[in-house]
Design a protein around this ligand. Structure first.
Ligand code: SER
Length: 581
């Protein structure tokens, strides 16, 4: 019997109602592109709203996680996966939840107890160590040596940076032929996590404030692909029964075996499956250059490119053949696959036609460039994107294979410049630099320059403005950076801006030629966007930027600056929202 059926049957027998998988593209949540966990569509109910199906729920949920597309190709990563989950909405709590999980694993899946270990939340200054979970595990026969107490980093779950959250207990399975060690070491990779039971008692807002939820909930999640691999005794997820029909089909189409071609096989299988599910979703996503459409485009194009590596004719109907296998395999569980079959096939075909033709041309151009240089500058990368439909990721991958570097930031600048141009063109107007004239907006303009300068000081000279947006309420600033800012970095940035405000630095406006401005070291975002004669604003000797203004006369007019939020804007780009108080 299929694991999904076993899981649902078990929890239904324990008084749970099965709820349907929510769409991949969230219906009322523009903050994420795709559903990334079973609990995501349930957030309102975890917060206290009454669920029409009651207090005990279970499901299998389609999820897409896009942490890093380039990681796909190894044994364990997938862009699409299914998550099995059961929930208590203010009904049972730790003891029952753990007991259900234990019973399902040992009595339904017949996993020997000797192969199980668990982690439990060790607590912090606000939340005590989770003795209830530990005691429950022990009463079920898990020895103390197989229980590890871990901190917030490992045993606390929150969807992103805010939402319903709480400590969790995670269940691990010994996936190795070797003898199970007496003590559980959660860092030993032979122990793989298979199930996560989150005990949601709190709500954390975007500023990090924690409050108690109206009700105590349980949210569990079990990754189907991984558990199937465990049960079937393989350490390569792509070698399980989940992938077998697709793997067989790809072997027939390519006349090659999986063994020896694992990387290409995994990329193609993963991307085709995900593309089918995205296209079949009720949102009717088509390939495009933004949001979900862009992800779909990248997936299809990457699959085609890897098909080429397997010497598959990229103009043949191979995508359709593979998509039909996916639809066939999954339609019993996801009716939208059969309902939207024609749409899915059409989407794949159209994108294939569009891409396959330009791919050959683009690769030839790429070859030519690659033979002359070991560095692809931003302009060239943008040209490949704009003219040949090469997503930047493809350029990066092709470059990596040949040991070339790509100026990703340069590409990004070109890309945003292009977007900006089409936006202003479509609005029929052109405004140099920042615009907006109210007193508070003027202050935010100046604060934006200070923030840019402070970020450079703290994070290094590669910081520059990739995007800026000002309202009466706040400033928003996007800049290249490869990591989430630490609390310390944020504090330093904030302190620097406030120091400069307190110093009362004069803001100077000068008009000069563009050449002169550049030579003077003034910073500028999109050089060819500006007229020959430009205005340059300097703030003390802290900042010098080409800008249309307007700005305050002295920084002391700004008041106090505070970073409200720091988040990812897109790959390699961070976004800060800040206010003046
Ligand atoms: N929300 C938790 C997870 O995604 C458990 O479902 O792991």
């Amino acid at each position: 019997m299929n694991l999904k059926d076993l899981f649902i049957d078990f929890f239904v027998s324990k008084g749970h109602k099965q709820i349907p998988s929510a769409p991949l593209v969230p219906e009322n949540d523009p903050s994420v592109l795709f559903n990334t966990a079973g609990m995501q569509p349930l957030i309102p109910y975890l917060m206290g709203e009454e669920h029409p199906y009651g207090k005990r729920l279970c499901d299998y949920q389609k999820c897409v996680r896009l942490t890093d597309l380039e990681e796909i190709g190894d044994k364990t990563h997938h862009t699409f996966f299914e998550m099995l989950g059961n929930w208590s909405l203010g009904d049972y709590f730790k003891k029952e939840s753990i007991t259900y999980s234990f019973e399902f694993l040992t009595q339904v899946l017949h996993i020997p107890i000797e192969k199980l270990a668990v982690t439990v939340y060790e607590g912090d200054e606000k939340i005590p160590r989770d003795e209830v979970s530990a005691a429950t595990w022990k009463s079920l026969g898990i020895p103390e040596a197989r229980i590890a107490y871990l901190g917030k980093k490992d045993n606390f779950w929150i969807p992103g940076d805010s939402g319903p959250c709480g400590g969790d207990t995670e269940i691990f399975y010994w996936r190795s032929e070797e003898k199970v060690p007496h003590d559980f070491d959660p860092n030993d990779e032979r122990w793989v996590e298979i199930w996560n039971n989150v005990f949601m008692e709190y709500y954390q807002d975007k500023d990090g404030n924690v409050s108690e939820l109206k009700q105590k909930n349980v949210d569990t999640g079990m990754g189907l692909e991984r558990v199937v691999a465990v049960l079937e005794g393989v350490d390569d997820n792509y070698l399980t029964s989940v992938w077998k029909p697709l793997k067989d089909k790809l072997e027939t189409i390519s006349h090659k075996t999986y063994e020896g071609n694992e990387n290409a096989f995994r990329v193609i299988m993963d991307h085709v499956r995900t593309s089918v599910f995205i296209a079949a979703d009720p949102a009717h996503i088509r390939p495009s250059n933004t949001d979900q459409g862009y992800i779909l485009r990248r997936l299809i194009r990457r699959a085609i490119r890897y098909a080429r590596n397997l010497e598959i004719d990229t103009m043949s109907d191979f995508l359709e053949q593979l998509a039909l296998v996916v639809i066939d395999e999954y339609q019993k569980y996801y009716i939208e696959l059969s309902e939207n079959k024609d749409f899915v096939l059409e989407v794949l075909k159209q994108e294939q036609n569009k891409f396959a033709k330009t791919l050959e041309k683009g690769l030839k151009v790429f070859e030519k460039i690659a033979s002359k240089t070991n560095f692809i500058d931003g302009e060239t990368a943008f040209h490949l994107y704009d003219t040949f439909g090469f997503p930047i990721e493809l350029t990066k991958e092709e470059a990596r294979e040949r040991g070339l570097d790509v100026d990703y930031e340069g590409f990004k600048v070109k890309f945003l410049e292009h977007q900006e141009k089409s936006r202003t063109a479509s609005k029929g107007k052109f405004k140099g630099g920042l615009s907006g004239n109210s007193e508070i907006e003027t202050k935010y303009h100046t604060a934006t320059h200070l923030l840019n300068a402070a970020l450079k000081k703290v994070l290094g000279p590669s910081v520059h403005q990739l995007g800026s947006n000002i309202t009466e309420e706040r400033l928003r600033f996007d800049f290249p950076c490869d990591h989430k800012l630490t609390d310390e970095e944020k504090q330093k940035v904030e302190d620097l801006v406030n120091e400069w405000i307190l110093e009362g630095l004069d803001v100077q406006k000068e008009v000069m030629s563009k050449e002169e401005a550049l030579q003077s070291g003034a910073e500028c975002m999109f050089i060819d966007k500006y007229p020959d004669e430009v205005t340059v604003y300097s703030i003390g000797n802290v900042s010098k930027e080409l800008c249309g203004g307007p700005h305050v006369h002295n920084t002391k007019e700004l008041g106090h600056f505070k970073i409200k939020k720091e988040e990812s804007s897109s790959a390699g780009v961070r976004r800060i929202k800040g206010v003046l108080e």
